[in-house]
Design a protein around this ligand. Structure first.
Ligand SMILES: [Fe+2]
Ligand SMILES: [Fe+2]
Length: 293
């Protein structure tokens, strides 16, 4: 967390951590996946401690989204089919999805469900963008790109959960004054959802490459050293263009889109294909995360 972080941000991070600590199963999965010595057996061991999660992971391995070939009936088989990083992403996504449930706010029109749809869309887009980028360093981070997509706007839902008195004013302000969500947040609270998300993920001990990308996903120009920031910034543009869930950015000008595509060495045609595939995959992906564990 930056040393100059405002008091209001530090207080909110502590409140989040007290009231909504990272679920134990997510922390265990993150530990296993961050340990270079750990393997598929360790992942299977963590999943095996939670019967509901184990059943869900085996079911997911046989879902239309992942299934190829024979039916999987056990946890080791599911780990082999899905891979460690996909299982970590599923465990995080299932637990995160619970935080995004709730009715549409009658006053502001803010919908956590629409924000969740946006987050899952950005994760699918980010995963495909990273995989299809012609830059090897970016391709290697595809599993992380999916996770950043899921987590990138966690600050928004945490503000809605823990700072509603102030945050309730934000969506109105954005519409009324045509300013970006981040600008409105900084004016109202002194920090934005990028800073809150990154600070909470630091408290929860997520890897730096993930926290950095969450903390700068609306400022790609300032952060060329972390390819995930470019990836998620392009995913945001494509999600807004396709109107996939809540939008926290205005529609991007053509020149901005071209610049983002160039930074990842992708063509406009490839971006259109990625958007189209995301629209097709989104219902299945939402279904995978919908079950509670
Ligand atoms: Fe955002
Ligand atoms: Fe977003």
């Amino acid at each position: 967390m930056p040393e100059e972080a405002p008091e209001s941000l530090l207080a909110l991070v502590d409140r989040v951590n007290d009231v909504s600590p990272l679920p134990g199963i997510v922390a265990q999965m993150m530990d296993v996946c961050n340990d270079p010595a750990a393997g598929a057996g360790n992942v299977a061991g963590v999943i095996g401690r939670d019967v509901a999660l184990a059943a869900r992971v085996v079911r997911t391995a046989n879902s239309a989204y992942y299934a190829v070939g024979r039916e999987i009936t056990d946890i080791p088989g599911a780990v082999v089919r899905l891979g460690m990083s996909a299982i970590r992403n599923i465990v995080v996504g299932m637990n995160l999805a619970k935080l995004y449930r709730g009715p549409v706010d009658a006053e502001t029109g803010f919908s956590r469900g629409e924000l969740w749809k946006h987050s899952v869309a950005v994760s699918l887009l980010s995963d495909m963008i990273a995989r299809r980028s012609k830059l090897p360093a970016t391709r290697q981070l595809a599993g992380e790109a999916f996770l950043v997509g899921l987590l990138h706007d966690i600050g928004v839902v945490l503000e809605d959960e823990h700072a509603r008195d102030i945050y309730a004013q934000t969506p109105w302000s954005v519409r009324a004054e045509d300013e970006t969500l981040s600008k409105a947040e900084r004016r109202l609270m002194g920090f934005d959802h990028q800073a809150l998300g990154a600070a909470v993920l630091e408290k929860w001990q997520f890897p730096e490459v993930i926290r950095q990308a969450v903390g700068a996903h609306h400022r790609p120009a300032s952060s060329a050293h972390n390819p995930l920031i470019q990836v998620v910034a392009l995913a945001e543009i494509l999600a807004a263009d396709a109107r996939l869930g809540y939008c926290d950015i205005p529609r991007a000008a053509d020149a901005v889109l071209e610049g983002r595509l160039r930074s990842l060495n992708l063509s406009r045609y490839e971006a259109q294909k990625i958007s189209q595939e995301t629209c097709e995959k989104l219902p299945d992906a939402l279904e995978i995360f919908a079950g509670s564990c």
